[in-house]
Ligand binder design. Sequence first.
Ligand code: SF4
Length: 380
Amino acid sequence: MTPTAVSSVYVHAPFCVRRCPYCDFAVQVRRVGDVEGWLAALAGELRAVEREGLFVAADRIRTVYVGGGTPSLLGPTAMEGVAALLGRERLGDALEEWTAEANPESLTKSVAAAWRRAGVDRLSIGIQSFHEPTLRWMGRRHGAEGAETAVRVARAAGFENLSVDLIFALPASTGRSWRDDLERTLALDAPHVSLYGLSVEPATPLGRAVAEGREHPVDEERYREEYLEAVAALEGAGYVHYEVSNFARPGWEAVHNSVYWDGSPYLGLGNGAHSFAPPVRRWNVRDWNTYRERTLLDRSPEESREVVTDGAEALEAIWLGLRTRRGLSEEGLGTSGAALAAAWEARGLATRNDGRVRLTAEGWVVLDHLVVELSEVVAP
Ligand code: SF4
């Protein structure tokens, strides 16, 4: 098999100071990130990847995304380490975007300045809320002023390309005003905003609290109202709603994420990371210690893989197309699919223009449901 050349790389940084009660990501709780252990483990994985021959890093890398976890917990030297790991010579002129995630409490001046020097040109800051009791409920360590401070620190270090993450659909018990959080987010004037609805995973403290009746998640109507309120506020302020969860000022759309939405190949390094070398999708073990033990011996941390079949690929194409502003070609949907799209349009869930079907914000509220509906008639 000829190795797939990848020019987009995701690197997972697993450490968090504590686990937020709703989080089921591949996270290792540590007060201080182990940057040396992390880089050594990633280097071991990269050697195993090269030996295996499924992927080969392209001579020129286009996009890098360091996510977590809390990458900023790894401190100032982390991104220079990532550059050395991937090869400085590969991160030259062709590099279109290098994003790193940061949480407000660990985005210090020295972290921001060192990351910028290392070549990171986009920061994704997990602000989530400006409401102190909500931040405490979420287990976050930054205070109500944390977001503004983080954005100031980032800009002072030379970052123009900033994205901020906000969470919605939190239980009413938090007492959070969604309107206030939206207004303070707009005041940050970041060129990119990502919006995530709280999802209750059964194997988390929040999931258990909900099962025991100690917490009450919002109902579908409240979820819909908050989402639509955010869409109206952000679009009213000039942001383009270009993907179900993402908003950007024109020209500031995330480049790396579009790789996932286009079905392009990518390499994911780190515990729990996924990679895609069409038609093979593979993912690593989630547990940091297991990942580390294997990679330090240059063994592959792969947990499993699947070959994406034609049927699964068609389903995925529907899902990826509907979640972005790109939409789907109406012609490719056949008679039954086009009839369904027309019915969605009549219900305000989609538009049909220029031969393409695109979901509206109302449609994106029920995206998963619409994907299933369409796949039943187009890719049964
Ligand atoms: S900071 Fe993010 S990754 Fe870390 S525990 Fe909280 S939600 Fe999970």
